[in-house]
Design a protein. Structure first.
Length: 292
């Protein structure tokens, strides 16, 4: 597995893939501060349903929204989580849907080891594989999801093609992520700065342009491509960032006293995510649903 992983990572266009792996190996445990359920993403706010002061209720609502759109078979079926982190979404899905089985892929061995411990006794397994070229058989999954993961490969066509290949005909792909509303060259000074810093600190290849991404999904063969701008649903959880960062730093300083360089990198990335989010004409958070 490790040999094949190193071959796969060589093929990734991201010049800093090894940085990405190192980043997630070292910084993943910090996410325990962001989410006790190890959701490594932003949340989805529903007025009167999710409590805007309780982060995990919004983060789990994002899981629910993504899963609802997948329309998995009633008896469960097989789910792929492409860029699964610690398996927070898989955990949520497997607890909610009886008869469901799931595979997740990540590049990080820390997430593989610790995530699989959390999935013990559930029908879910995390593999250390590249979502751009998995070992899964073609036409094998009822649904596939990618929450804040395809951005690491720049929302590349290769990721869409691979998702398409592993889905059964009729199966759905749901992507939840931030996208650009314009080409990077058209960003204003502040937008460009926060975008570059965001990509650098979170090891993102780039963010796709939402209109072009929708077209690329169609070109890949997906039908019924639906694009929902959910920026305002996501905003309440993004506003948690400054509080989470301050709390995390205080805890570290009064605890072990040490702040790892990867943790600092991650905190800066969160800050630039917040800054980017404020440029609402340039960035948006979207849910994309499409069908094979
Ligand atoms: C921000 S985390 C999101 C994790 C998870 N989707 C969640 O919402 O909790 C991004 C994840 O994408 C994974 N990832 C990035 N590039 C990948 C690739 N080429 N193949 C597999 N996993 C990848 C990382 O290892 C990490 O687990």
């Amino acid at each position: 597995m490790n040999h094949s992983l190193s071959l796969q990572t060589k093929e990734l266009s991201h010049k800093n893939t090894l940085d990405l792996v190192g980043f997630y190996n070292e910084a993943t445990e910090d996410y325990a501060f962001w989410s006790k359920d190890f959701n490594m993403h932003f949340g989805y706010f529903v007025p009167w349903k999710t409590n805007p002061f309780k982060r995990d209720s919004m983060l789990n609502e994002m899981n629910r929204q993504v899963l609802n759109r997948l329309k998995l078979p009633l008896q469960g079926g097989l789910l792929a989580d492409l860029g699964c982190g610690m398996g927070g979404t898989m955990h949520y899905a497997l607890k909610q849907t009886s008869g469901l089985s799931a595979f997740g892929v990540t590049l990080s061995e820390f997430q593989l080891r610790e995530g699989n411990k959390r999935l013990k006794n559930l029908q879910g397994t995390i593999l250390q594989e590249n979502f751009n070229r998995t070992s899964f058989c073609s036409n094998s999954f009822d649904g596939a999801l990618a929450i804040e993961s395809f951005c690491h490969s720049g929302h590349s066509k290769q990721s869409f093609k691979e998702a398409y290949r592993i889905l059964k005909p009729g199966g759905s792909l749901v992507i939840a992520d931030a996208f650009l509303k314009k080409d990077p060259e058209a960003l204003c000074y502040g937008g460009k700065l926060s975008y570059e810093k965001l990509c650098n600190h979170w090891s993102l290849e780039r963010l796709g342009h939402i209109t072009k991404v929708a077209q690329e999904l169609k070109d890949t063969g997906f039908s019924e491509v639906s694009v929902e701008d959910i920026s305002f649903r996501v905003a309440p959880s993004v506003l948690h960032v400054p509080f989470a960062i301050s709390g995390f730093i205080l805890k570290k300083l009064f605890g072990s006293g040490a702040l790892k360089k990867e943790s600092l990198h991650n905190l800066k990335g969160s800050f630039y995510a917040l800054l980017s989010g404020l440029h609402m004409k340039s960035f948006g958070y979207y849910l994309i649903t499409c069908k094979k």
